[in-house]
Design a protein around this ligand. Structure first.
Ligand SMILES: [Zn+2]
Length: 196
């Protein structure tokens, strides 16, 4: 069973998008035409969810194979080494581009509620140099939630998939605000001055 597919039947198209968290703008009433981990999404929310799921799955697969190249593991034979290279190339090549994901995130969550925008921007105001940025923190949590979603789906735990997806929508809305603000700051600062 494929976890990421586009549905086509009239019955499936009649069902609404799953997105519902308050922070994501509430219940989405667009028809659900893209299926990710058994949940249906509209075009915009579905593209973001699909790219996010694919990025996590490819990253996880790459991490799995990379472990065998660690100097702390048995040195593989030349044949195994070549097979490992092919496997890593395959998982890397299929991974969506990060900028494509950023664009999909912005399109899926273009206008989060004011309280989401306010608390995310207030959090960004107290960012300190040398620490992980709010944007990176949120995107990392999004990928972690994608991983938990995949594991729950593979385990057949539909109730957990639905619960995690709602939480993922909150993170996605905050991440969209942080990404937009980060890009605005980059634009304001360009060109970057030495020592900034
Ligand atoms: Zn939607």
């Amino acid at each position: 069973m494929s976890e990421i597919e586009t549905t086509t039947t009239e019955e499936q198209e009649a069902l609404p998008c799953f997105v519902r968290h308050h922070d994501a703008g509430g219940l989405c009433e667009e028809p659900g035409t893209i299926e990710v981990y058994g949940l249906r999404f509209c075009e915009a929310h579905g593209l973001e969810a699909r790219l996010g799921a694919a990025m996590e799955a490819h990253g996880d697969a790459e991490d799995f194979f990379e472990r065998f190249r660690s100097p702390h593991t048995l040195q593989p034979s030349s044949l195994v080494g070549r097979a490992l290279e092919v496997a890593i190339d395959y998982t890397t090549a299929g991974c969506p581009d990060g900028e494509d994901y950023d664009r999909a995130l912005a399109l899926a969550y273009p206008n989060p509620p004011d309280d989401v925008r306010t608390r995310t921007l207030e959090w960004m105001l107290v960012e300190e140099p040398g620490y992980q940025s709010v944007e990176d923190y949120l995107l990392e949590d999004l990928m972690l939630t994608n991983k938990l979603l995949r594991l729950a789906y593979e385990d057949g735990a539909t109730w957990m998939v639905e619960r995690l997806e709602v939480e993922r929508e909150r993170l996605a809305a905050e991440a969209a605000v942080a990404l937009e603000e980060s890009k605005r700051r980059s634009g304001d600062r360009a060109p970057v001055q030495p020592g900034e």
